[in-house]
Ligand binder design. Structure first.
Ligand code: RIB
Length: 309
């Protein structure tokens, strides 16, 4: 039962600020921290800490000191990094400001994440043994296409279309092969070319086997065939929402893998259950600073569910 994540890994450089500065404005930060990030790597950590599945990460780091640190952190979590390439130049870096309301702004400088437009041989081997392939869009879209083509027949492809902009021009081509599309409201509207969420859900759910729209504090909407299920969120006192969506996606993918079921056999109840676990894990993650640092272990998530239900 292997979850394979193909995606980005970044060194996050995080400044806490009282408020996010506007254009042309300077504000003074209150602290500066460096920690593991990148949507792909965050999702890998979340899938691994969820338990119940082997997890492999496919991506690239640079030859700088950050690359070694990022690789060691993933290994330390028990993630298979045989598909993590090293390329000349800097690793990906994300400059993040987090304010007192737990909101953030993020600038990603892709570095090594943008250096490999196609999967290398060692990476292809890893993807070929996936039960659940989980991808996002902070790496070249050609990597996502390679991985989608290589995954075993009948296995899952879960695409978290974040950031959504690179996907808009490729959506026509890629959407029909995706089993589960996970997007937030903004991403749903951008990809569908719709002005409102309802129209976006109608357009997108007709194009994929299953659609999950994350709605922040309002939970998530799972649509499979004609069936819609609203999955409530868990209450949380947020200090930092960075990576909360990644935690949701990683845990969601791990739960699919642990179920032992395949897309052909999937129903709304299975996906809603996976989304509920993802919601619980992301609710814990927002109560802590950082991206990978904030991802909870399985026992913590189980405890929250017991206490809340
Ligand atoms: O989704 C959060 C992540 O976005 C951060 O960890 C940052 O690295 C960027 O990739």
């Amino acid at each position: 039962m292997t979850v394979v994540i193909v995606g980005s890994v970044n060194q996050d450089v995080v400044a806490r600020v009282d408020r996010i500065p506007g254009p042309g404005e300077t504000v003074l930060g209150t602290s500066l921290t460096r920690s593991g990030g990148g949507k792909g790597a965050n999702q890998a950590v979340a899938a691994r800490r969820a338990g119940g599945a082997e997890v492999a990460f496919v991506g690239a780091v640079g030859t700088d000191a950050d690359g070694a640190v990022l690789r060691a952190a993933l290994e330390g979590d028990g993630i298979d990094v045989s598909g993590l390439a090293e390329v000349d130049g800097p690793s990906g870096t994300a400059l993040i400001a987090v304010d007192d309301d737990a909101e953030n702004t993020i600038v990603v400088v892709p570095g090594a994440n943008a250096a490999l437009p196609r999967l290398a041989e060692a990476q292809r081997t890893v993807v070929a043994r996936s039960l659940v392939l989980l991808t996002q869009l902070e790496v070249p879209i050609s990597l996502v296409e390679d991985a989608a083509a290589l995954r075993p027949t009948g296995s899952w492809h879960v695409l978290n279309a974040a950031p959504s902009s690179p996907f808009v021009s490729a959506a026509e081509r890629l959407l029909p092969g995706i089993d589960v599309l996970i997007v937030n409201e903004h991403e749903a509207r951008e990809i569908a070319g719709a002005d409102d969420l309802e129209s976006a859900v109608t357009v997108l759910s007709a194009r994929v086997r299953a659609l999950v729209v994350t709605l922040g504090e309002r939970g998530s909407l799972v649509v499979v065939g004609g069936e819609r299920v609203h999955v409530p969120a868990f209450a949380a006192r947020a200090v930092d929402t960075t990576g909360a969506g990644d935690t949701f996606c990683g845990v969601f993918a791990a739960r699919l893998a642990a179920s032992g079921r395949l897309p052909a056999d999937a129903d709304a109840a299975l996906l809603a259950d996976a989304a509920r676990w993802g919601a619980a894990a992301s609710a814990i993650s927002v109560t802590r600073p950082g991206a990978q640092d904030a991802v909870p272990q399985a026992a913590e998530v189980a405890r929250l569910r017991e206490e809340s239900e």
